[in-house]
Design a protein around this ligand. Sequence first.
Ligand code: Z5A
Length: 208
Amino acid sequence: MAGKRGALIVLEGVDKAGKTTQCKKLVQALQQSGQSVEMMRFPDRTTIIGQLINAYLEKKSDLEDHVVHLLFSANRWEMVKKLEQGTTLVVDRYAFSGAAFTSAKPGFCLDWCKKPDVGLPKPDLVMFLQLSPAQAALRGQFGEERYETDDFQRTVQQKFDQLMKDPSVNWQEIDASQSIEDVHREITTHSLNTINIAQDLPLGELWK
Ligand code: Z5A
């Protein structure tokens, strides 16, 4: 119907929680149910900014911590037109990862880390895939990328816990230790409810 907008749906969670798996399945399910929907992921490693981030994550370059934080945020801002265009978007990581990962580094506070993303399109729903470190370990070893260590991931989880206390964001915690199909069913139900509600509401601005 003319004038109706799609929903902005974000999946967040710790490493190996199944975000990418679930984003892909959700997009497929929504498309099959006749929705106009696209997937987006951050970092988007295909842009020039994304390539700088990719080299940093793969430890092929070193960047000052403030610089890399701002690049992650810029990588979201360069997609803002797409985020605002009205089709439903399923997004694999967003500004919450940005704030949680940088604020897990020494000398950074959550408040500063949120600032560059203030005013981005506000998700209608953020599903946080909860998985304990022990359960994550069952899904294989960490990879070789930066940040993929037990200690760092534990601190990141604490930062996510702090972010989830913010009532201005529509958080939904999901038990990611369930089977892929069970997680998918739960995520699809929340998403369809959100799409229905969001179509009659204006898109908000994050952390404003
Ligand atoms: N980062 C940042 O610092 N600042 C920012 O602003 C942003 C990101 C946006 C790269 O991100 C890094 O960038 C990331 C945060 C930082 N660092 N870390 N660590 P990324 O999105 O490219 O990260 P990734 O490494 O590709 O994603 P991931 O977290 O490792 O994985 P995932 O997407 O959550 O999981 P998955 O790939 O869907 O599944 C992992 C495995 O588990 C796979 O073998 C699946 O088949 C299996 N799996 C999935 N679900 C299940 C269930 N339910 N049961 C059993 N097995 C399962």
